[in-house]
Design a protein around this ligand. Structure first.
Ligand code: NI
Length: 307
């Protein structure tokens, strides 16, 4: 609007001197010139002024009127995303494909700990690899190992209940079931604070009737390399790698040094294959499954029948 006012002022001055030969207006927005001119002189003036006004206003007006088309040739909407080489480095094609696939999540679980000389080393290895795990601990082993439990919680691992003295819940008296679980829960709360300590029944055994006493979800497993029997790192690694699929819950025991070695190698091998290690709780959340208290899960998508 400012430009239109300026132009009008210019013509008013011109009109005074030339006895109103011409009154022109030009729209800044459309570039059109309108107005009246009187006599021969007026027509010449109109032409000159039209050219002059065109030069000072038409060019910018035209530039504003025409939208500038962005150069989208660098985009390919239908193509898949590429990770810049600066991030991935020079990877071979197979590894690159795996990393670009949807993440494959898996949960490592460790029973029967904590044990000072093996669990600490396992926690170091997990931290180094950015892997989370779940520990189903025995109540009897909580005293003197509180530091390990606090470390588990601080480093993002899940802590679960594996009863106080590793009893067979299938045969235990109902009072004993409640006591075994409650006692461990109390010790865990004292060590690490509040939390839902999901239960893994020793040997994965619990009956339908006893399960009604359990106020948390119960976790079985879907991959069992029998590490406690093999006691051989390479055999445990091979057994897990042969069976594992995304969404699995892997059973190991941090009580054995060979199992700790195996676990770290399993992580190294599966991470290269595009797997990410999460806690059991996270695995449920990732799969969108709300775990129910008193149910025994082999995986978030697989419930075990109770006897
Ligand atoms: Ni056990």
């Amino acid at each position: 609007m400012g430009s239109r006012l300026e132009l009008k002022a210019l013509f008013d001055t011109f009109s005074l001197e030339k006895k109103y030969v011409c009154r022109l207006r030009i729209s800044r927005f459309t570039g059109h010139t309108t107005g009246k001119c009187v006599g021969k002189e007026g027509k010449i003036v109109k032409k000159i002024m039209c050219i002059f006004l065109s030069l000072i206003t038409l060019a910018p007006a035209a530039a504003c009127a025409r939208p500038v088309e962005p150069d989208l040739s660098a985009y390919d909407a239908s193509g898949r995303a590429e990770i810049p080489v600066e991030i991935l480095g020079e990877l071979d094609e197979e590894l690159r494909e795996d990393l670009l696939e949807a993440p494959k999540y898996v949960a490592l679980t460790f029973d029967d700990g904590p044990r000072a000389d093996t669990t600490g080393r396992l926690l170091d290895g997990l931290l180094e690899r950015g892997a989370a795990a779940t520990f189903f601990v025995i109540g009897e082993q909580v005293p003197c190992n509180e530091d390990l439990l606090r470390r588990m919680r601080a480093e993002g691992h899940q802590i679960g209940n594996h009863t106080y003295s590793h009893v067979r819940l299938l045969k235990a008296e109902k009072d004993a079931v409640v006591e075994e679980i409650h006692k461990t829960e109390t010790l865990l709360k004292e060590a690490v604070g509040e939390g839902d300590f999901w239960l893994r029944p020793p040997y994965g055994l619990i009956g339908g009737e006893r399960s009604q006493l359990i106020r948390t979800p119960m976790i079985y497993w879907s991959v069992d390399p029998q590490d406690w029997k093999l006691l051989d790192k390479d055999k445990v690694v091979a057994a897990v790698l042969e069976d594992v699929e995304p969404g699995d819950i892997i059973l190991l025991h941090d009580f054995y040094s060979t199992s700790v070695d195996a676990a770290l190698e399993i992580i190294d091998r599966l991470q290269k294959d595009g797997y990410a290690f999460v806690t059991v709780e996270e695995l449920f959340r990732i799969q969108g499954v709300e775990p129910q208290a008193g149910k025994l899960y082999a995986r978030p998508d697989r419930v075990r029948e109770l006897n």
